[in-house]
Structure formats: C-alpha cells, structure tokens
Write a protein that binds this ligand. Sequence first.
Ligand code: FES
Length: 115
Amino acid sequence: MGGERQAVCRLEELADPGSKEFELDTPEGTEYGFVVQRDGEIRAYVNSCPHTGAALNWAPDRFLTKAGDLIMCGVHGAIFRIEDGHCLQGPCEGRDLQAMPVEVEDGQVFVKSPD
Ligand code: FES
C-alpha cells in the first residue's frame, strides 16, 4: 500500500536535466530516493542499484551521465533510461530501478513511497 505523498523539493530546485536526492518517512523506516527531470518530465526512483543495492549517485544529488541523458550508477557504471529506469548496460542489464509515483502541484514536487 502506498503511503501519503510527501513534498520532496521545489520544482525550481531541480535542473533540467537534473536530479535530486530525498528521504521519505514510511511506516517501515526511511526510504531513500531521487527525482530526475529531463525535458520537463519528472520521474522518481528508489536510490538503490539493482546490482548490489548500493546508492546510485556518484556525488550528492548527482545521478546522471555528463550528457544528462541517462541515469548512471556511480559504483560500477550501470546506465539506466531516465523515463522508465530500465538498465541498458552494466552488471544489472535488463533489470529496472523501482519507480515511485511523482506529482507536481503549485511548483512543489511530491512523491509517494512505492507499494
Ligand atoms: S552497484 Fe550499481 S552497477 Fe554495481
């Protein structure tokens, strides 16, 4: 069951392309995730690489390749499509990041924990 949506950042804090980490409070504890924007589209994923479960970002709030067109794991370099979190290349090729429902309202980005 998904929890209540929680505000994670203001839309203007998120570059395009860009990404930002957040933490959600859930009944099971803190859920670590990130939002990513590209071409005005926003997605949110759990910050856990399907390869080892490690955090994906290579620096604070940095989840994207230099070109800003793909998500890249900073640990072993797996790359993922921004639009659906599908791994295109790397040790977890063919697997997917876990998406979280994301909404934007009045310039505020909201995320719900995944089911
Ligand atoms: S932990 Fe992400 S590619 Fe190995």
